[in-house]
Design a protein around this ligand. Structure first.
Ligand code: MET
Ligand SMILES: [Zn+2]
Length: 810
C-alpha cells in the first residue's frame, strides 16, 4: 500500500445500494446486429451506426433505471460495439504489431480500425477469438510483445459517460482490468525469445491511471474495473504470479489521486486467496461472485475491518435464466450486513449472458415462464433485494411471497420429476458406459462391408452439415409461417438430402452425410425433439460481435418426445432416407450430451452430471434406433467438451468424470461393429486430450488445419491409438485449399498418426460455406487423399472398389 494517497479530492459518494455488472448489448430486437452488419456491408454510414449505438445506450440506461436502479452510478456503461476486450485494447492503445498502420494520432485505432482488428481485411487475419472464461461468449485475443506500446485512448468510454451526463445522468464506466487484459493476451510472436504479456504490467499501469483521470474529468464518480482473471487457473501464469500482479495493480490504481472511486469486480467464480490483496488495496468497493464463489469467515472479515471497501454482493445469477429464490438470498445478504459489511446488491456477472426480457415470450409454457428471469427481470430482483435489505422484509413481502410460490411450483411440477426417467437413470450400472474392447471393435469394423466393400485406407468424409442455402432457410421460414405445410416441407428436405448425397457420390467421398438441412441449430433441434426443454422466440444472447445464439431452456427431466419412456426416433427418418440413396455408408449425426448442456440454459436444481445422464439416455435410444435401421457409423458431436472445463484445475477431474460418463452412456449401447465417431472443433486440444481418449469413440475428428497439425503433438504424447481425423480444410473462411496443401497436411499428420487410423475431413461442418467453395475444396480433398493413398501403396479407394465390387486390401 505504498502508493496510498489519502487526500484524493473526489467528492466521495457511497456505492449505490443496487446495481448490475453489465446489460445485454445487442438490443431487444438485435438492433445492434442489424446496424453493424449493414454498416460493414456498406449499406449504411457511420452516422447511422452511431445513432443506433447511442440509442441503445439511452435505451439501456432508461430501462435499468425504470426497473429500479435509480441511484447515481448504478447504471453500468458497458456498451462495447463488438467486444469489451477489444474496447479495452483500444482504450490502452495496445494495437498489435501487424496492425500498427491503422494507428491514428491518439496512438490507438478509431472505430473502423477496431473493426479491422475484429474482422480482418484482405491482407490480414483478424485477432484470434476465444471463449470468455467458461461462457459461450467469445472475446478477441490481444497480441502483446516486447515492442507493444500503450497509450490512453478511452474515447468510447468517455463518450458514453458524456452522453449520459448531457442527460443529467451519472453512469459507471466499465473496463477490463490490466491483469485480466494481459493474462488473456497472447505473445505477438515478434521477438525471438517468447514473452509473457503479463510481464508488461508495469508499462501498462500508467496508461490505466491516465484513463481513470480522463473518466474522472468526464464526470464519472465510480469506475468498474473487472478482474475475473483472479477466479481462474492459467497454464502459463502461476497463482503466485497472478497474486503479485493483482496486488501490485490494485494498489497502484487505488493510489492514484485523480480518479473516480473504484469498484473492483471478480465475476465468474471464486477469487479465493486473491480476494485479500484486492480488498486491502485501497479500492472503495469489491464485487464478489456469490453464485459461483463464497465468502468464508476470514474473507468476510476483509469487509468488516476499519476502512474496509464496500462489499458488492453478486447474488443474482448473471449467467442463467432462473428466478432467484429471494428469501434465501435476502437472508444471506442480511447475514453479511449484520456481520458489519457495507453491502450492495448485484448480479454475479454482467447480464450479457442472458436475453433481454421475458416480455413477448408468450409461447413459453406459462408454468415454466413463471420460473424464469431474463436480464430485465433480474434487475428487478436486484432492486427488490436492495429494498428488502434497506427497508426490511415487510417492504418486499409481496415479492418474497411470489418468489416462494414460483419456486414451490417448480419443485412440484410434474415434468421436473418424471418418475420413469428417474427410475431408468437409477437402474444404470457401470456396464452401461462400457463398450466391447476397442481393439476388437477396430478389427470387426475393418471387416464390415458397405454395399459389399470395406472402408478404404484414409477414408474421406465431412463433419455433417452441408451449406445452409437461402432456399433451405426460406423453406424453414415458410413452414413456420404456415405458407407451406408439413408434407411440402418434408418433401423439400428429402429433395435437398438426395441432392447432397448425389453430390458426395460425384465428388467421390467415402463416408457420406445427409447434410443436416432439417436442423436450424445443432442443439435446438434436439431440444425441440426432447421432453424437458422449451425454446424461446427472441431469447438471443451475444456469442461474438454481431453474432447471437438462442439457447434452449432445459427445465425438466429429459427423454425423447412421443409415447412412452423412450419416445420417438427423430433423426432416423432423415438418415435412413439418405442411406436409401447410396451404397456407401451414411453417418448418423447426433449432438452429444455435454454440448446439449453447454449450449442451453440448464436447470440448476440438480448436479449437471445427473442432467447429462438423462440427455445421454435419450440419445442412447436414438443410437439404438439408428443401428436398428441399419446405420453402421454414428457420429456424436461434442464440440463443447472443453468449454465447460472448470476454471480451477482442482475441479477438472470431477467434471471430466461426469462428462465422459455421459458421452459413453449415450454410445455404449452400440454393437462392436457400429463405428462411433465424435467431433470436437477447437485446437486447444492438449488440455482435454485424456478426456477425449476416455470417450472411447472409434474415430475422432478435430480442428487442425489452422494450426497446421500442431495439435497432433499432444495426440502422440498421450498414446492416443484411435481413429483420428485432423481437419485438413479450415472452413472458417471461403478460401479453397489446394490439393497440394491438403496433401502436405495429410503427410504431416502421418508423422503422428498411423496410416490405418487416419481420416481425411474438414475442420468442421460446412453450414456457413457456399456451394462453390465447398465443391472445389472437397474435390481437392478427395484428389489429395488419392495421391497420399498411392504413396502409401494402398491403391484401392472406396470409389473404385464400389465400382468394381471387389474387396479392399488393407
Ligand atoms: C460445431 S461442430 C458442428 C458439427 C455438426 N455436425 C456440423 O457439421 O455442423
Ligand atoms: Zn465443429
Amino acid at each position: 500500500m505504498t502508493e496510498q494517497n489519502t487526500d484524493r479530492t473526489a467528492s466521495e459518494k457511497a456505492f449505490p445500494s443496487a446495481t448490475v455488472l453489465g446489460y445485454p448489448r445487442l438490443g431487444p430486437n438485435r438492433e445492434l446486429k442489424k446496424a453493424l452488419e449493414s454498416y460493414w456491408a456498406g449499406r449504411s454510414g457511420a452516422q447511422d451506426l452511431e445513432q443506433t449505438a447511442s440509442g441503445l445506450r439511452d435505451y439501456a440506461a432508461d430501462r435499468i433505471e425504470e426497473l429500479g436502479l435509480k441511484e447515481s452510478s448504478a447504471v453500468p456503461a458497458s456498451y462495447a460495439l463488438y467486444d469489451q476486450v477489444l474496447d479495452t485494447l483500444v482504450a490502452v492503445g495496445a494495437v498489435p504489431a501487424r496492425f500498427t498502420d491503422l494507428r491514428g494520432e491518439n496512438g490507438s485505432v478509431d472505430r473502423d480500425g477496431a473493426f479491422v482488428l475484429a474482422r480482418g481485411d484482405a491482407a490480414r487475419q483478424p485477432l484470434e477469438m476465444t471463449k470468455w472464461f467458461d461462457t459461450n461468449y467469445h472475446y478477441l485475443v490481444p497480441e502483446i510483445g516486447p515492442q507493444t506500446t500503450f497509450s490512453a485512448a478511452p474515447y468510447e468510454l468517455v463518450a458514453a459517460v458524456e452522453q449520459a451526463a448531457a442527460q443529467g445522468r451519472t453512469v459507471r464506466p466499465s473496463i477490463v482490468g490490466p491483469v485480466t487484459f494481459l493474462a488473456l493476451a497472447k505473445d505477438d510472436g515478434t521477438s525471438a525469445s517468447p514473452i509473457r504479456p503479463l510481464d508488461r504490467l508495469e508499462d501498462l499501469l500508467p496508461v490505466y491511471a491516465q484513463i481513470l483521470a480522463q473518466l474522472r474529468t468526464a464526470g464519472a464518480e465510480w469506475v468498474q474495473i473487472e478482474e475475473p482473471a483472479v477466479v481462474a487457473d492459467f497454464a502459463h501464469v502461476t497463482e503466485d504470479e497472478l497474486g503479485t500482479a493483482i496486488e501490485r495493480a490494485t494498489a497502484y490504481l487505488a493510489g492514484q489521486s485523480a480518479r473516480p472511486q473504484i469498484l473492483l469486480a471478480t465475476p465468474y467464480g471464486d477469487a479465493g486467496d486473491l480476494l485479500a490483496p484486492i480488498a486491502r488495496s485501497g479500492v472503495e468497493a469489491v464485487h464478489v461472485d456469490l453464485v459461483r464463489g463464497d465468502l468464508d469467515a476470514g474473507q468476510l472479515a476483509l469487509f468488516t475491518a476499519d476502512r474496509a471497501p464496500a462489499l458488492v454482493a453478486g447474488i443474482v445469477n448473471g449467467r442463467n435464466i432462473w428466478r432467484t429464490e429471494l428469501d434465501a438470498a435476502l437472508t444471506r445478504l442480511e447475514g453479511l450486513r449484520d456481520a458489519g459489511a457495507k453491502v450492495s446488491v448485484a448480479t454475479s456477472t454482467s447480464l450479457i449472458h442472458v436475453p433481454h426480457t421475458l416480455e413477448g415470450e408468450d409461447d413459453l409454457d406459462p408454468a415454466v415462464r413463471r420460473w424464469l428471469a431474463f436480464a430485465d427481470e433480474k434487475i428487478q430482483e436486484v432492486a427488490t433485494l436492495a429494498r428488502g435489505l434497506a427497508e426490511g422484509r415487510d417492504a418486499v413481502a409481496g415479492e418474497l411471497r411470489e418468489s416462494e410460490e414460483a419456486a414451490a411450483s417448480r419443485r412440484e411440477a410434474p415434468g421436473v420429476h418424471d418418475p420413469e426417467v428417474r427410475a431408468r437413470a437409477a437402474a444404470q450400472t457401470p456396464a452401461d458406459t462400457q463398450r466391447g474392447d476397442a481393439q476388437r471393435r477396430r478389427s470387426v469394423q475393418a471387416e464390415r462391408t458397405f454395399g459389399s466393400a470395406r472402408l478404404p485406407v484414409l477414408p474421406t468424409t465431412t463433419i455433417g452439415s452441408f451449406p445452409q442455402t437461402g432456399e433451405v432457410r426460406k423453406a424453414r421460414a415458410d413452414y413456420r409461417a404456415g405458407t407451406i405445410d408439413r408434407a411440402q416441407y418434408e418433401q423439400f428436405l428429402r429433395d435437398e438430402i438426395a441432392r447432397v448425397i448425389e453430390l458426395q457420390e460425384q465428388l467421390g467421398l467415402d463416408v457420406l452425410v445427409h447434410g443436416e438441412p432439417e436442423r436450424n441449430d445443432m442443439v435446438q433441434y434436439f431440444a425441440e425433439n426432447f421432453d424437458g426443454f422449451e425454446v424461446t422466440h427472441n431469447g438471443w444472447v451475444q456469442s461474438y460481435g454481431s453474432r447471437a445464439t438462442r439457447p434452449s431452456i432445459l427445465w425438466g427431466d429429459v427423454s425423447r418426445a412421443g409415447e412412452g419412456l423412450r419416445g420417438d426416433a427423430f433423426t432416423v427418418p432423415w438418415i435412413s432416407f439418405a442411406q436409401s440413396r447410396s451404397q456407401r455408408p451414411v453417418k448418423g449425426m447426433l449432438t452429444g450430451p455435454v454440448t446439449i448442456l453447454a449450449w442451453s440454459f440448464v436447470r440448476d436444481d440438480q448436479p449437471l452430471g445427473e442432467t447429462a445422464d438423462q440427455v445421454a439416455l435419450a440419445l442412447r435410444d436414438e443410437v439404438a434406433d439408428l443401428e436398428a435401421a441399419g446405420i453402421g457409423i454414428i457420429q456424436v458431436d461434442e464440440p463443447a467438451l472443453r468449454e465447460l472445463l472448470p476454471l480451477r484445475r482442482a475441479d477438472r477431474t470431477a467434471y471430466l468424470d461426469w462428462a465422459v460418463d455421459a458421452f459413453r452412456r449415450s454410445t455404449a449401447g452400440a454393437a462392436d461393429e457400429t463405428q462411433i465417431h465424435t467431433h470436437l472443433c477447437y485446437s486447444e486440444f492438449g488440455e482435454v486430450i485424456e478426456g477425449v481418449d476416455a470417450l472411447d469413440a472409434d474415430v475422432t475428428s478435430i480442428e487442425a488445419a489452422r494450426s497446421r497439425m500442431e495439435v497432433l503433438a499432444d495426440v502422440r504424447s498421450v498414446g492416443f491409438a484411435r481413429g483420428l481425423g485432423p481437419g485438413v480444410w479450415d472452413i472458417h473462411s471461403p478460401r479453397v485449399p489446394s490439393a497440394d496443401e491438403i496433401g502436405s497436411l495429410l503427410i504431416s499428420a502421418l508423422d503422428h498418426v498411423d496410416a490405418d487410423l487416419l481420416w481425411a475431413n474438414p475442420d468442421c461442418g460446412l453450414k456457413t460455406r457456399g456451394y462453390e467453395e465447398t465443391k472445389r475444396s472437397l474435390e481437392n480433398l478427395v484428389a489429395a487423399t488419392a495421391r497420399v493413398r498411392e504413396r502409401l501403396g494402398a491403391t484401392a479407394s472406396f470409389d473404385s472398389v464400389v465400382a468394381g465390387q471387389s474387396t479392399t486390401e488393407r
